[in-house]
Design a protein around this ligand. Sequence first.
Ligand code: 13P
Ligand code: SF4
Length: 301
Amino acid sequence: MSLESEILRLKEEKHAVLLAHNYQRPEVQDLADFVGDSLYLSRTAVQDRRPVIVFAGVRFMAETAKILNPEKTVLLPDLAAGCGLADSITAEQLRGWKADHPGAVVVAYVNTSAEVKAESDYCCTSSNAIRIVRSIPAEKEILFLPDVFLGEYVRKETGRRMHLWVGDCPVHARMRPETLEAARAAHPGAPVIAHPECGCSTAALPHVDRILSTDGMVRFARETTAPEVLVATEVGILHPMRRANPRTRFTPISEGAVCPYMKEIGLEDLRDSLAFGQFRIDVPSETLLRARRSLERMIAA
Ligand code: 13P
Ligand code: SF4
């Protein structure tokens, strides 16, 4: 029996749903029940009725699924699948920051640990950050963390008084305005779409046609009639984009934009995860209850 058939058989046998992020390896995406961005996968984790969730993504995504579904078993097939951005702030650092700004509202990007979420008022993803910030009363001071590029973009779009934590994603921060300039010069006339975590997303805003979450990029791919599109994000996104639209050429502005954490999970890890129930993600109940409040606001927005 092939590895793929074994995974599909085990998935049925264990009543498991397989969720995969848009940056996962193509062969993992192709076996998943649902593929999407952070917000879509969080909502799907709640809506799907199967008792076991196998999360092909990174740790904060599996933790988010667990916090929203404490009664389900949530498995992350490889515990090395972390996130450099989530590591850029600890709960202790956040408590210190809050102490310096009493009364401020804390908005945490979903790329954070469960402990940081428990210290936050709202969570958001790249697809609803602007909506969430706009929903906060205008007189409130906002602490936005941990991604400084997403924060700058949201601040620009909403005109809100926001303090930004200076964290970044090691993969996206490397995409600088110069990286984008070189790609535009080599592919004149091609529209540019960028993820808001990119180091070029705010400084090079006039040269970016759309700032989008990863699912926003797949929707853009489905609708575009352009012969070529320049894509500023992790290269895993090219698989669902090319599948959505085989006619357009999707060119990454940086071939080297590969997130090592997102590539940890392979087919053997998926098989072992289903066969042996590994690796269970659990969140201490007090942290879970506090983090849940901010995550519920995120999936409702
Ligand atoms: P999306 O929510 O846009 O999929 O982004 C998740 C992520 O980790 C980007 O680096
Ligand atoms: Fe984290 Fe960056 Fe990888 Fe996304 S691309 S999972 S933000 S390290």
